[in-house]
Write a protein that binds this ligand. Structure first.
Ligand code: CP3
Length: 365
């Protein structure tokens, strides 16, 4: 670790890694690959460690969070670690009554239903998170130290956060929903309260990802998993400003080579939004529905694409998976650079040996 201009510490050896080079627009000799939700229930070693530990408690236990983050790097030889945590962690630390129900997802004790509820929520100053985030920083420090001992020691850690819309979608609906109608209704009916809510979410989630970067993460990804439920005009007017504000917490940080920390933005079903979602990031995550070359045509040329093998293929015969992976690589060639990934998270029932084989296949292509 070195301390850099602006007091931004960065794991010094990762700037030459394939992943960081690809995010910055180079085409390394081998396409880098990692998987969203690579840490998790597909791994027996994860299920063993998590036994008896609540999900959100595990995220705040530095020994557990770092070990779980390292598991898929050791097993699969992926080109990145992604910090084991959850988008809901900063809300929990800000005092929101939230738990993660296994097989369901985030559940909120008292959903935000009215502008008065918003007023009560935003009365909590996001700055109070800076102390509460210490277990996250410690988990990241331990992870970065652990990564130095795996492979050639240059695997970067990606920090992440949920985007304000996705967080607000859970806060308002109170639990996972298909169409996020409750949040979209608040956005249309109470635009002023909505703006206060999403600005607050931006500062809470922005502090969460900043803590990971300060402790040693080499890139940062914003997950707007549910942005695809919005039409373009609503996204531009009522969501993009808050997402940009969240990214501002980690924007223009200087890395050890004097260049900018890479930022990635991901949305599900966000085909219509790709142009508007760029918000100055270095790479755009694409879900499984849109071929990478089609998605890329909707973006500026100065962006790397990340994705997008359909997670539903992971149970198919190997030849089917290999053919689909080759097609993803072919489509990814249209962009300035490509980071191979799935189009969404690893399903829990995935055979992990298939993931290892995909890594080998992409590296050999
Ligand atoms: O490996 C990684 O990708 C890093 C860890 C990570 C988790 N959640 C761990 C987790 C990341 C990046 C997330 C982000 C997250 N969490 C998102 C955005 C990404 C996406 O998938 O769209 C969202 C929407 C959430 C909210 C959330 N948390 C859901 C929908 C669930 C699944 C609920 C279930 O049981 O199916 C969670 C829980 C969660 N987060 C698990 C993991 C490994 C499963 C918990 C368990 O093992 O019981």
């Amino acid at each position: 670790m070195t301390t850099l201009p602006g007091d931004h510490p960065l794991h010094a050896t990762t700037g030459d890694s394939r992943l960081i080079r690809a995010y910055r627009g180079e085409r390394p000799e081998v396409t880098p690959v990692w998987f969203m939700r690579q840490a998790g229930r597909s791994l027996p070693e994860y299920r063993e460690l998590r036994t008896g530990h609540d999900m959100l408690d595990s995220c705040l236990d530095p020994a557990l969070s770092s070990e779980i983050t390292l598991q898929p790097v050791r097993r699969h030889g992926v080109d990145a670690a992604i910090f084991f945590s959850d988008i809901m962690v900063p809300l929990l630390l800000a005092g929101v009554d939230v738990r993660i129900e296994p097989g369901v997802g985030p559940v909120i004790g008292s959903p935000i239903a009215t502008p008065e509820d918003v007023d009560r929520l935003v009365a909590t100053d996001p700055a109070m998170l800076d102390d509460a985030l210490e277990p996250v920083r410690e988990g990241v420090r331990r992870t970065v130290a652990g990564l130095a001992g795996i492979g050639d020691g240059t695997t970067p850690l990606i920090g992440f956060a949920g985007a304000p819309f996705t967080l607000a979608a859970y806060l308002v609906a109170g639990r996972p929903s298909k169409d996020h109608l409750a949040a979209r209704t608040m956005l249309r009916s109470h635009p002023v309260a909505w703006a206060r809510l999403t600005d607050w979410c931006a500062d809470v989630t922005g502090r969460f990802v900043r803590a990971q970067v300060d402790a040693g993460a080499s890139a940062a990804q914003l997950f707007d998993s549910w942005a695809g439920s919005l039409p373009l005009d609503a996204y531009v007017q009522h969501v993009a400003p808050a997402s940009s504000r969240a990214l501002d917490h980690v924007r223009d940080l200087t890395a050890s080579d004097g260049r900018r920390l890479p930022l990635i933005h991901f949305g599900v079903g966000a085909m219509e939004l790709y142009g508007a979602m760029q918000l100055g990031v270095d790479a755009m995550g694409v879900d499984w529905r849109t071929p990478l070359d089609v998605a890329h045509a909707r973006m500026g040329s100065d962006v790397t694409v990340q994705g997008n093998l359909d997670p539903a293929l992971l149970g198919a015969p190997w030849e089917t998976i290999a053919t689909a992976a080759d097609e993803v690589l072919r489509q990814g060639a249209s962009a300035r650079a490509h980071v191979f990934n799935l189009g969404h998270g690893v399903p829990p029932e995935t055979d992990p040996t298939v993931l290892t084989r995909i890594v080998e296949h992409v590296h050999a292509a």
